[in-house]
Design a protein around this ligand. Structure first.
Ligand code: UD1
Ligand code: UDP
Length: 358
């Protein structure tokens, strides 16, 4: 099969590398970067560090409103689908790059494969939730990370094409942890001792576009009794400046530029706790047994909360402070999202698709 894979934002480069590797053993892949992320630290570094092929095409769409960005991606993807005539389009996760790929495939009719299907936070005010729901409902092959995600799709009336593959980020982090432990020098560079610091990331619109929420998050993190390392997404740095919060963050936190995936995995592995509003980081924390404090009211990775490794604190200063100081969860950690062989299972599902009359 000829598969046109669409990536564009930081977590999608991470998800793509195990899948591209497995896919290219049996199928032809064209990798398309939409250009949603373009800074070196949000894009280039992932292609330099990870064994991902260079994109065959970069649409270079850059930033913009949701409509501007999605429309520009759709135009670029539509013309690529027309010229390259793929059998399938493969999209990852829940970003605008995901939705653009999904809508183009749904209209032009190559099969649509969604990796990370079936996740729901239940919060339709988040653009990512809208992207998830719409993408799932036009997909032909839905690769779900968990039994709960399958049940969710079935509840929504989707009863064909669901494959429980496990989570491809587990595949990625198993590789990255080994390499990062051997090669990353980030802890020494930042003067950090393992288990003696908190790692923090914030980039969700609900947190960066609301002065009060961002202010309470910064204050809650600054209350931590141990140092907080904060690799800040550019939209968060802009928001800190815009709202006059930059100096408080600079003084109370170790504010640094986003780091590459290997350094991030090393930082996460060594942290006493992580505080984040990221989707991917919640799961990565679980895999590395770093307790997670989620700076949101909802999550699509609900199983991590149910088993006690993740706690939802929103933007409540006192709840953030208390959660950062709480004791570690006890008891065995369950297997929630497969066994780290998701890429192989996704390719098996694609093999089935090539033999089907969808
Ligand atoms: C996007 C995704 C989000 C995902 C995140 C991963 C959507 C709606 N959002 O959020 O689901 O969790 O990527 O990190 O698809 N910017 C730069 N340099 C870049 C890219 C962006 O400075 O390379 C700045 C621009 O000011 C831009 C802002 O960040 O307007 C937001 O970028 P955008 O890609 O729209 O959303 P993210 O917050 O990155
Ligand atoms: N990440 C990284 N460097 C950083 C912050 C995050 O490499 O400074 C990685 C992280 O390990 C995970 C991915 O980026 O694999 C998560 O991206 P993000 O939080 O931006 O997006 P989300 O998962 O919320 O969509």
């Amino acid at each position: 099969m000829k598969v046109l894979s669409v990536v564009g934002a930081r977590p999608q480069f991470v998800k793509a590398f195990p899948v591209s590797e497995a896919l290219r053993r049996e199928h032809t892949e064209l990798l398309v970067h939409t250009g949603q992320h373009y800074d070196e630290e949000l894009s280039g570094v992932f292609f330099e560090e990870l064994p991902i092929p260079e994109p065959d095409h970069n649409l270079g769409v850059g930033s913009g409103s949701h409509a501007e960005q999605t429309a520009a991606m759709m135009q670029g993807l539509e013309s690529l689908v027309d010229t390259t005539d793929p059998d399938a389009v493969l999209v990852y996760g829940d970003t605008n790059s995901t939705l653009a790929g999904a809508l183009v495939a749904a209209k032009r009719r190559p099969a649509l494969i969604h990796v990370e299907a079936g996740l729901r936070s239940g919060d339709r005010s988040m653009p990512e939730e809208v992207n998830r729901v719409l993408t799932d409902h036009v997909s032909d092959l839905l690769c779900v990370p968990s039994a709960r995600a399958r049940t969710q799709l079935e509840r929504e009336g989707i009863d064909r094409g669901i494959y429980e593959t496990g989570d491809v980020m587990y595949d990625a982090i198993r590789y990255a942890r080994t390499v990062a432990t051997e090669h990353s020098t980030v802890l020494a560079e930042l003067g950090l001792d393992p288990a003696e610091y908190v790692l923090a990331t914030v980039h969700r619109a609900a947190n960066t576009d609301d002065r009060d929420r961002l202010g309470r998050i910064v204050s809650g993190l600054c209350d931590s009794r141990i140092p907080v390392v904060f690799p800040a997404h550019p939209r968060t740095v802009d928001a800190l400046h815009r709202y006059g919060l930059y100096d408080e963050a600079r003084e109370g936190l170790e504010l640094i530029d986003p780091v590459g995936y290997l350094d991030f995995v090393r930082l996460l592995d060594g942290a006493a706790r992580v505080a984040t509003d990221s989707g991917g980081v919640q799961k990565e924390a679980f895999y590395l047994e770093t307790p997670c404090v989620t700076l949101r009211e909802t999550t699509e990775w609900t199983e991590t909360v149910d088993c006690g490794w993740n706690v939802l604190v929103g933007a409540d200063r006192a709840a953030i402070r208390d959660a950062l100081a709480a004791s570690r969860p006890r008891g065995p950690k369950p297997d929630l999202y497969g066994n780290g062989q998701a890429a192989e299972r996704i390719v098996e599902a694609i093999d089935d698709l090539s033999g089907s009359d969808r």
